[in-house]
Every structure is written in structure tokens, then in C-alpha cells.
Design a protein around this ligand. Structure first.
Ligand code: HBI
Ligand code: FE
Length: 293
């Protein structure tokens, strides 16, 4: 997720924003230090979101959630998540204080470690926060990492991130992550479904992304997405839709270098634009964002 904002802390209140304890920015989750109020925030979010999942999340999300030790009553323990996840796809969940520097993030992903924020949003921030907390990271990302295709794709993103940084094209790659892992939609037999973690961990965006007439829903195209800016402060104006989650398999193995060259210096697209060559599944009214401008 994006984020920026002072994160609420548990246990070790002060100083988390400062220098990391370890070079890889990991910390102990400190599971025993979560308070009853923090578990209660988790429970509220978990129950509210779980009601939305049937008929909205892709089947891979539901399957991953079913097999993980994630429930309403307590914030999950990352070690128990990692036990199950490692057996399935070789991934682990490690605790971090919040956002970590890009290269630290990529290094973890390249090694199949998912850095999850250990703090949880406060009860007065249930609907919006900019820093990825334990609810976004665990409810949103971990079930999808149980899927071998998504698991490979995210590792490839970590490896590609380090390369893209050296090539000076990180914004292009970051957009691919944004419009897939965070805000992706996929067509399944039963209809349009969510696989993006930023959507499925958000109550309002889970409704907006699928049902609202405002956003565009456009077939995913790699070069197109690389040129498309995104919003971090509001719902997306456009969602990009895969025909099949397995399409990520090819995205995990193609060489992005020639693509970076092909988009270098070209115009960047505003988030809400629709191009003549787009495969438009539904053309948005734009009403949501127009009302806010
Ligand atoms: N750190 N903890 C955390 N989570 C993220 O999703 C994250 C991050 N650091 C950088 C980052 N994301 C992105 O800006 C990169 O994917 C480009
Ligand atoms: Fe995220």
C-alpha cells in the first residue's frame, strides 16, 4: 500500500519512525503486547470485511483465507501465518514498523518475505489510513500469497524493483504493482472479482471498484499500465482487469527492460483517461472524482 502518516504504535510507542533496530528493518511482532482495544479493532475490520468477500473476492483469495490461521478474535501471529504460508508457497511474513525504504522492501520480496506492518489503525481511523497496517497487510496480502502464481509474481516484482531502481524506471514498475497486486480486478466465471489487496482490505473500495458507475474498468495491458499514474489519496479512477490470474505468470517472467525502453519519454496517462486502443469493460462516469475536484 502507499501510506504516509504517523502510525499508531503498540508497546514501543516512541521512536519507531527513527532508525531501524536491524538493517533489514524487521522488528519482533511483539504479539503479546497487543491490547484488548487493538484486538477489538481487528475484530471489527475482519467481520465487516468478511461479509463483503463472498461474491467479490476472487476464488484464490477465499481459498487462501480458508487455509490460514486468520480469524476474528485476535490479530494474527505472524509466526503461525508463516508456518502455513511457507509450506504452501515458501513465503514468510515478517514484522516491520510501517513503510520501509523501497530497496529494503524489494530485498524482502525478492527473498519471499512479506514485510507486514505490526501496528493496527486506531478506532477513529477505521476507513482510511495511508500507512500499511497489520489489517491491510495480513487480511489483504497474505491470503493471495498462498496462491503460487501471485507468490511468484510478487517475488519477481522484488527482483525487478532492484533492477528498475538502477535503470531509473522505478515509477513505471511501481505502477504495475499498484494496478495488479494492490488494485487488480480479474474476470472469473462468476463475474468480475477483486484480487488487489488495497481493494479487498477496504470496505468502501470493495464496493466502489466492482459496483460504482464512476471508475473505468479496462483490460490489463502492461505498457499501458506502465504509463498510467495512480492516486494514493482516493479510490482509483481506473481499474485494470486480468482475463485470468494465471496471466501474472507470464508477467513474472517477461523481461521488462525492452518495455521500459519503449515507454521512456512517452506521455504519461492521467489516472482517469480512456484511450482509443483500450479494451474497455465499463466506461466510468467519473462522477466520484468530479465531485471532489
Ligand atoms: N513498505 N512496508 C511497506 N509496504 C509497502 O507496500 C511498501 C513499502 N515500501 C515501499 C513501497 N511499498 C512501494 O513504494 C514500492 O512498491 C515501490
Ligand atoms: Fe499493500
Amino acid at each position: 500500500m502507499k501510506p504516509r502518516a504517523s502510525a499508531p504504535k503498540h508497546g514501543l510507542a516512541a521512536g519507531e519512525a527513527g532508525r531501524p533496530e536491524r538493517a533489514d528493518w524487521t522488528v519482533d511482532q511483539g504479539w503479546k503486547r497487543y491490547t484488548a482495544e487493538e484486538h477489538a479493532v481487528w475484530k471489527f475490520l475482519f467481520e465487516r470485511q468478511s461479509r463483503l468477500v463472498p461474491g467479490r473476492a476472487c476464488r484464490e483469495f477465499e481459498a487462501g483465507m480458508r487455509d490460514l490461521p486468520i480469524g476474528a478474535d485476535r490479530i494474527p501471529d505472524f509466526r503461525r501465518l508463516s508456518d502455513v504460508l511457507a509450506r504452501r508457497t515458501g513465503w514468510q511474513v515478517v514484522a516491520v514498523p510501517g513503510l520501509v525504504p523501497d530497496e529494503v522492501f524489494f530485498e524482502h520480496l525478492a527473498n519471499r518475505r512479506f514485510p507486514a506492518g505490526r501496528f493496527i489503525r486506531r478506532a477513529d481511523q477505521l476507513d482510511y489510513l495511508e500507512e500499511p497496517d497489520v489489517f491491510h497487510d495480513v487480511f489483504g496480502h497474505v491470503p493471495m500469497l498462498m496462491n503460487p502464481t501471485l507468490a511468484d509474481f510478487v517475488q519477481a516484482y522484488g527482483e525487478g524493483g532492484l533492477r528498475a531502481q538502477r535503470l531509473g524506471v522505478l515509477p513505471n514498475l511501481a505502477r504495475v504493482y499498484w494496478y495488479t497486486v494492490e488494485f487488480g480486478l480479474v474476470r472469473q466465471d462468476a463475474g468480475l472479482r477483486i484480487y488487489g489487496s488495497g481493494i479487498i482490505s477496504s470496505y468502501a473500495e470493495s464496493l466502489f471498484a466492482l459496483d460504482d458507475p464512476s471508475p473505468n474498468r479496462i483490460r490489463f495491458d502492461l505498457a499501458r499500465v506502465m504509463r498510467t499514474r495512480y492516486r494514493i489519496d482516493d479510490f482509483q479512477e481506473s481499474y485494470f482487469v486480468l482475463d485470468d490470474l494465471e496471466d501474472l505468470l507470464e508477467l513474472a517472467s517477461v523481461d521488462f527492460a525492452p518495455l521500459y525502453e519503449s515507454v521512456r519519454g512517452l506521455a504519461e496517462w492521467e489516472p482517469g483517461i480512456v484511450l482509443p486502443e483500450d479494451g474497455v469493460l465499463s466506461r466510468g462516469t467519473g462522477s466520484h472524482h468530479a465531485a471532489r475536484r
